[in-house]
Design a protein around this ligand. Structure first.
Ligand code: NAP
Length: 351
């Protein structure tokens, strides 16, 4: 362990970059581990730049109304990074562009970035010891965990094939896209999230099929009632998604549904398939180190603060929030974590 950093930030979504911007401006010289570029991370949906990098247009992040950002992107982003980005296709900002802009902003204030995963954090001793996926160890006085969460997918090859071409796990992110407007779409799941997604999609779609594997929703009574009362939502009971149907030109065109009750398979024409079968926080590398909730999200131990069960370790974004899960709320808690860390370091006389 060569040097001891003042602060290490783990993650590369809106929470991590916002924390880095604030930490850098507070002279904490943050070091960010943005995640490794591996096939394993690609398949898990945990590549650098997080869940937003897997979405298309972002219409609900304040500050980016529709407009042609091309020239701004050319000007704002480092040339070598810019040439690696997908061409700017539409009006407004896309998820990957927004993340590149946040990353650039953090780097402009001196943030150093390492493209590796942190695979282990030893919080029993101080300075904390963090082990990276390249085998190196790093010491740090404070740590912000902002590794986010991943949407659960079923793992079907056809689901993978049509991701971003009709298959999504975020109705709020993608639901208003033209491909879903006025067309039938499907939502998989029977919990509160699936009702919320179906309800949201019903504003745009002609019909929303909820595909649920049992004959009773898991959702709370009030949410289940909302699904029943919505004339555009049709629940397809005791059904599972067997295959997403589609082609290269159109993306998703339908679904093939199996029955859990021995009924024949059915097909439905849809232009979109939304998975709402839960999220998994990216906390496996912290198992046994920090207090977690039942669902393995990091526990914020003081209301309204980003502190965790270990003094000097802070958490921000979806890794500690299974309720709001928005880019802007993640950015908000990233800012809070940097301020909490800065104040803690000052109170301890480290900074
Ligand atoms: P959830 O309650 O765990 O529901 C997940 C749903 O997906 C369940 O219906 C489950 O089916 C289904 N599912 C899971 N794995 C599946 C698979 N492999 N194949 C097919 N179906 C599968 O998750 P959630 O809806 O995301 O909710 C998470 C938490 O957030 C809950 O506590 C919820 O109350 C809360 N929440 C609240 C609100 C609200 O109040 N407005 C909104 C969103 C979320 P089974 O039912 O058969 O297990």
């Amino acid at each position: 362990m060569a040097n001891v950093e003042k602060i290490i930030i783990i993650g590369s979504g809106p929470a991590a970059w916002t924390a880095a911007i604030y930490a850098a401006r507070a002279n904490l010289e943050p070091l960010v581990f943005e995640g490794a570029l591996t096939e394993e991370n690609r398949l898990a949906g945990t590549l650098p730049l997080g869940q937003l990098a897997l979405t298309t247009e972002v219409e609900n992040y304040p500050g980016f109304p529709a407009g042609n950002l091309e020239a701004y992107l050319d000007d704002a982003i480092d040339k070598n990074q810019r040439t690696m980005m997908a061409p700017h296709m539409k009006e407004g900002v896309s998820g990957p562009e927004l993340m590149e802009l946040m990353r650039q902003q953090a780097r402009n204030f001196g943030t150093r970035v390492i493209t590796q995963d942190i695979v282990e954090v030893d919080v029993d001793n101080h300075p904390f010891k963090l082990s990276a996926s390249d085998g190196k160890a790093y010491g740090s006085l404070a740590v912000i965990v902002a590794t986010g969460a991943r949407a659960n997918y079923l793992g079907l090859p056809s689901e993978e094939e049509y991701k971003n071409r009709g298959v999504s796990a975020c109705a709020v992110c993608d639901g208003a896209l033209p491909r879903f407007r006025g067309h039938p779409v499907a939502v998989v799941g029977g919990g509160d999230s699936s009702v919320e997604e179906a309800d949201y999609l019903s504003k745009f779609a002609s019909t929303v099929y909820m595909i649920h594997r049992r004959d009773e929703l898991r959702a709370s009574k009030i949410m289940a009632q909302r699904a029943m009362d919505n004339p555009k939502i049709e629940v397809l009971w005791s059904r599972t998604l067997a295959e997403v149907l589609g082609n290269d030109a159109d993306g998703v065109t339908g679904v093939r549904l199996a029955s859990t009750k021995g009924e024949p398979e059915v097909q439905k024409e849809v232009t979109g398939v939304f998975l709402a079968i839960g999220h998994t926080p990216n906390t496996a590398f912290l198992a046994g180190r920090l207090q977690m909730t039942e669902k393995k999200y990091i526990k914020w131990t003081t209301p309204g603060r980003t502190v965790t069960s270990v003094e000097g370790v802070f958490a921000a974004g979806d890794v500690a929030d299974d309720y709001y899960r928005q880019a802007v709320t993640a950015a908000g808690t990233g800012c809070m974590a940097a301020l909490d860390a800065e104040r803690w370091l000052a109170a301890k006389g480290f900074h």
